[in-house]
Unconditional design. Structure first.
Ligand code: FES
Ligand code: FES
Length: 163
C-alpha cells in the first residue's frame, strides 16, 4: 500500500506491505536504527516511538495504521538550533549528565516516553515519573540514575518554559 505520514518533521511516502511492523519499517526501510527491539511483544518499551505525540510500542503497530499520522523517533527528538547546532531535548541532556544509561538499549524509548510525559504532565514528581515510565524496562541501571535524570529534566523544562 501507499502510505503517507510525517516522520521527524518531514513528509514521507512509502510503498509497503501493510501488516509489517512499524519497528521493522523504521529500522530496515528507513535506516532509523535508534528504535530498539527488546522483547518484540509489547512488554519492554525499547521500541517506543511517538505517534501524534503519544508513546507507542512500535513492535506492535502494523505500518498501515500510520497513514496520515505524525511519528517521532529518537532521531527526531533533538532539534536544530538557529546556527545548525544540535539542541538535545531536556531529557536527553539529563540522561547524559546523570549517566542514566549503560548498554543503551532502553535509552531511546525512555527518552521519548519521558519527553512526551513531561509535555503532558510538566509538574510530574519523582513518584509520578516512575509511574509514567513503568512501561519502559531497564535491565542494567536499577533505575535510580534514570529517575534522577528525569526529575532534573522536569525541573529544567519548567524553567525553560518560563523564559
Ligand atoms: S520491543 Fe517493543 S515493547 Fe519490547
Ligand atoms: S541501560 Fe541497558 S537496558 Fe537500560
Amino acid at each position: 500500500m501507499k502510505l503517507r505520514f510525517r516522520l521527524n518533521d518531514e513528509d514521507k511516502e512509502l510503498d509497503v506491505e501493510p501488516f509489517r511492523r512499524l519497528l521493522d519499517v523504521l529500522r530496515e526501510d528507513l535506516h532509523l536504527t535508534g528504535s530498539k527491539e527488546g522483547c518484540g511483544e509489547g512488554e519492554c518499551g525499547a521500541c517506543t516511538v511517538l505517534i501524534d505525540g503519544a508513546p507507542v510500542n512500535s513492535c506492535l503497530v502494523p505500518v498501515a495504521q500510520l497513514d496520515g499520522h505524525d511519528i517521532r523517533t529518537i532521531e527526531g527528538l533533538a532539534r536544530q538550533g538557529t546556527d545548525g547546532e544540535v539542541l538535545l531535548d531536556e531529557v536527553q541532556q539529563a540522561l547524559v549528565s546523570f549517566g542514566g544509561t549503560q548498554c543503551g538499549i532502553c535509552t531511546p524509548g525512555i527518552a521519548l516516553c519521558a519527553s512526551a510525559a513531561l509535555t503532558r504532565e510538566p509538574n510530574a514528581d519523582r513518584a509520578r515519573l516512575r509511574e509514567l515510565l513503568a512501561g519502559n524496562l531497564c535491565r542494567c541501571t536499577g533505575y535510580q540514575l534514570i529517575i534522577d535524570a528525569l526529575v532534573d529534566a522536569a525541573s529544567t523544562r519548567r524553567g525553560n518554559s518560563k523564559r
